[in-house]
Design a protein around this ligand. Structure first.
Ligand code: F0G
Length: 459
C-alpha cells in the first residue's frame, strides 16, 4: 500500500482557539461594520485573512531568538541576516525594514518621482499604494489568461512580455524607475512566474536600461512551482532555483512575514552599492539605523534561520500540498476557484458563485461575510473594495475578478481545520441562490480603503 502524505514537522506548542455561535457572529460582524479586518481575532475560529506573519516558527528559529544581539549598530544578528541574504539569495547589499511595505517605502522614496510609470504583474495593494501616493502609475501587464479562473496553466502569474516591451518603448527610461515582478503573483491567485518569464523580463529590462525589482514575499513558493512544473528544473534543488531567479534581478523587496516564516520583518536588497547608499537615508529616517532598520536583533536572527528553512523542499511540499488539499475538497463540491490552486491561498471565484449580487454591492465581500457567519472562518476580499477608486476620475474600479482569498498560514492549521473551511464554504454554496443582496459603503478613506471601510447591508 502506498503511504499517505504527512507533514514534515511535528507540533511542540499549541494555541487554543474557540468556536462561536451563529448569533454571536451576527452581532460581531455588524459591530465590525461588515469589514472582516475590524473583527477581534478572538471572534474568529479559523483565520485565513492572511498568511503574512501568521505562521508558526520552528524550534530552530525560537532558539535563534534567544541569542539575538540587540546592539544598535553592527549587531551579530545583522551579519547573520546579511550572510543568509548573500548565500541564499545572492545579494551583497541590503537594508532591513520592519515589513515589506516599509522596504518599498525606503526604495520608492529614493527612485520614484511624480509622473513615473512602473509596469509589473498585478502589483500588490501596498505596492500600488506607494506608487500612486507618489503620483506615479502602477501599470498592470499580467498575462490575459490570469483572468480566466477556470483555465489551468502552470505559470498563470507571468507578465506579458510583449505588453511590457510596448510600455518600455512608449516611455523614456527616465520615467521608468523599475519593473516590478511579483513572485508568486499574489493578486492573480498566488500563481507562479516561470523561470523563463523572469529571464525574459530581465532581458527586456536590460535592453531598455531599466532595473528589475522582484517583489519576493513568496519567492520560495515560486521556486517550488518552478521545480515541480518547469522543464529542466526537476533535478535542481529549491536553493539552486532561488539563486537563479535572483540572478536576473537588480533589486528585491521582501516581506519576510511570508517565505522567511517570521511574524514581523522585511528588507530591500540591491546588487548596486550606489543604490544601497542612496536608499540609506530613508532607512535611517523611517526605519532605523542601517544595521537594524526596524527589526530587533532576535528577529533578524529568526529571519536568517527562516530563509534557510523556507527554501527547503520538504517544508515547501508540506505547505503547498495543504493549499492543494483545500483545492481538491472544493473540486469535490463543485466550488469554482482560481485554477490551479495557488501557493499560499485558494481564491474562490465569488462572481461565479454569487450570481445574484450586483457588482456595485461588492460580491466577494458578501461571500466573505457569509463564510464568516457560517463557521467563523475569516477570508479576505480581493475585488472591487480592494481595487478602490480610479485615482483620477474617483469612480469605483470594478475588476474583472471578484475573489475571496483563503490564505493559509504556514505550519499553523491541520487538515481538520481545512475540512471545516471546505464544509462551511459548501454550505454557503448550497444556499447561494438565496443570497441576493450585498453591501453599501458608509465610510471610506481616499486610499487603500479596504482596510478600514465601513459597510451596511444594501437595501
Ligand atoms: N508584496 C506582496 C506580494 C505582498 O503579498 C505583501 C503583503 C507585501 C508586498 C507587503 O508586505 O505586509 O510585510 O508590508 N501581503 C500580505 C497579504 C499583507 O495578506 O497578502 P508587508
Amino acid at each position: 500500500m502506498e503511504l499517505p502524505f504527512a507533514e514534515s514537522y511535528r507540533i511542540k506548542m499549541v494555541e487554543n482557539i474557540r468556536r462561536s455561535t451563529h448569533s454571536e457572529r451576527e452581532q460581531w460582524i455588524k459591530q465590525a461594520n461588515y469589514n472582516l479586518f475590524m473583527l477581534k481575532s478572538d471572534h474568529v475560529f479559523i483565520d485565513l485573512l492572511t498568511d503574512s506573519g501568521t505562521g508558526a516558527m520552528s524550534d530552530r528559529q525560537w532558539s535563534a531568538m534567544m541569542v539575538g544581539d540587540e546592539s544598535y549598530a553592527g549587531a551579530r544578528s545583522y551579519y547573520n541576516m546579511k550572510n543568509a541574504i548573500r548565500e541564499i539569495l545572492g545579494f551583497d547589499y541590503f537594508l532591513p525594514a520592519h515589513q515589506g511595505r516599509a522596504a518599498e517605502n525606503v526604495l520608492y522614496s529614493t527612485i520614484i518621482k511624480e509622473g513615473d510609470v512602473l509596469p509589473g504583474n498585478s502589483h500588490f495593494d501596498t505596492t500600488k499604494g506607494h506608487i500612486e501616493f507618489r503620483h506615479a502609475t502602477a501599470l498592470d501587464c499580467t498575462i490575459e489568461e490570469a483572468s480566466d479562473t477556470q483555465l489551468e496553466i502552470p505559470f498563470k502569474g507571468n507578465i506579458d512580455i510583449a505588453r511590457l516591451e510596448a510600455v518600455l518603448q512608449q516611455y523614456p527610461k527616465e520615467k521608468i524607475p523599475c519593473v516590478v515582478l511579483t513572485v508568486t503573483n499574489n493578486t492573480a491567485g498566488g500563481q507562479p512566474v516561470s523561470m523563463e518569464n523572469i529571464r525574459r523580463t530581465s532581458e527586456v529590462c536590460r535592453r531598455y536600461g531599466v532595473p528589475l525589482q522582484l517583489d519576493s514575499a513568496r519567492f520560495a513558493e515560486n521556486a517550488y512551482f518552478i521545480k515541480t512544473r518547469e522543464k529542466g528544473y526537476e533535478n535542481k534543488t529549491v536553493k539552486e532555483i532561488v539563486k537563479e531567479m535572483f540572478s536576473y534581478a537588480d533589486i528585491m523587496t521582501m516581506s519576510s512575514k511570508k517565505d522567511a516564516i517570521v511574524n514581523m520583518g522585511g528588507f530591500v536588497a540591491f546588487k548596486s552599492e550606489k543604490l544601497w547608499k542612496a536608499c540609506q537615508k530613508f532607512c535611517i529616517m523611517n526605519e532605523g539605523f542601517i544595521t537594524y532598520g526596524g527589526m530587533s536583533g532576535r528577529d533578524m536572527n529568526a529571519l536568517a534561520a527562516g530563509l534557510d528553512e523556507g527554501t527547503e523542499f520538504d517544508y515547501l511540499e508540506t505547505r503547498i500540498k495543504q493549499v492543494e488539499y483545500l483545492g481538491k475538497k472544493l473540486d469535490a463540491y463543485g466550488i469554482p476557484y482560481q485554477r490551479p490552486a495557488g501557493g499560499h491561498a485558494i481564491f474562490v471565484d465569488a462572481k461565479k458563485m454569487l450570481t445574484h449580487v450586483p457588482k456595485e454591492q461588492f460580491i466577494a465581500q458578501t461571500l466573505a461575510v457569509e463564510l464568516y457567519l457560517e463557521a467563523g472562518v475569516r477570508g479576505v476580499e480581493v475585488g472591487a473594495l480592494l481595487a478602490d477608486r480610479d485615482p483620477v476620475s474617483r469612480d469605483n474600479r470594478y475588476p474583472e475578478l471578484e475573489l475571496l482569498r483563503l490564505a493559509i498560514p504556514r505550519r499553523t492549521y491541520t487538515n481538520n481545520h481545512i475540512d471545516v473551511v471546505a464544509a462551511a464554504l459548501k454550505n454557503v454554496f448550497d444556499r447561494r441562490e438565496t443570497i441576493t443582496k450585498g453591501y453599501a459603503i458608509t465610510r471610506e478613506e481616499p486610499i487603500m480603503r479596504h482596510f478600514t471601510v465601513e459597510l451596511e447591508k444594501a437595501r
